[in-house]
Design a protein around this ligand. Sequence first.
Ligand SMILES: NC(=O)c1ccc[n+]([C@@H]2O[C@H](COP(=O)([O-])OP(=O)(O)OC[C@H]3O[C@@H](n4cnc5c(N)ncnc54)[C@H](O)[C@@H]3O)[C@@H](O)[C@H]2O)c1
Length: 272
Amino acid sequence: MAGRLEGKVAFITGVARGQGRAHAVRLASEGADIVGLDLAGPLPDAVPYDPATPEDLAETRRLVEEQGRRALLSVGDVRDLEGMRRIVDDGVGELGRLDVVVANAGICTPQVWDAITPASFADTIDINVTGVWNTVMATAHHVVEAGGGSIIITSSYAGKKIQPFMVHYTTSKHALVGMTRAFAAELGPGNVRVNSIHPGGVATPMGGGDMVGQLEEVGATNPPLNLMGSTFLEQVYAEPEEISNVVAFLASDESRFITAEHISIDGGSQYF
Ligand SMILES: NC(=O)c1ccc[n+]([C@@H]2O[C@H](COP(=O)([O-])OP(=O)(O)OC[C@H]3O[C@@H](n4cnc5c(N)ncnc54)[C@H](O)[C@@H]3O)[C@@H](O)[C@H]2O)c1
């Protein structure tokens, strides 16, 4: 199915590793040039897994270029609207257009409800909600100028059901459902589609460092809640490329009549 995005340009946040990297490589393999950013540095204190590095960002660049496409990747922070505007505007200046946006950057911190501090709650909302709003604000007018396109917002199964021991994360990912619908309504006349995706567990570095230990620790406070992420299938988690399959579909014209939709890739866990 190569070539569905021939001549297109995509902007991706959180592009250094994990799902963001997989999306960049997949969209490039379908013909798109990639503009992207990643913090590629320290995450807020309460986050238990290791941060991405500039070397990770360089590896994504290499993998995109290996597909024969351009990769304009920068260190940047989705919390910084003006900084993101500069990166996007420079990328569009260089590559000529913007057709696809993947608002993927996010953080995830397991904490029992009364251990969540104001700082941890604010960090999660700043990155996972305001960061996504910033991403759309920095990009949408370019997509309208290109004659329309596709904006894909990464929520989570936590945005349809809940992720236990993550009041802040669950709140942030639910907020993205409303944001998706609201942008879809107003950007529709510009032929811009806006959809959210809702992965269940995905094998990325988000599950590294002390993440598993911290999940076990918080899970021990209320064991029945640990079953909430169960799937109906034998498969219990996805590889990042399985999420990229859906991103590539939503980025392509094959999904041209789909907007304001919220697509789960979770083995059914939203209903378990
Ligand atoms: N891994 C999972 O199980 C899972 C499940 C459902 C949803 N998600 C969501 O998928 C998205 C991607 O996560 P992932 O699994 O690839 O994790 P990841 O930690 O491997 O990748 C996230 C990337 O976002 C970057 N980032 C974080 N804060 C940033 C900021 N302020 N500005 C710019 N970049 C920033 C990180 O540096 C990192 O490279 C996130 O929104 C996450 O909440 C993940």
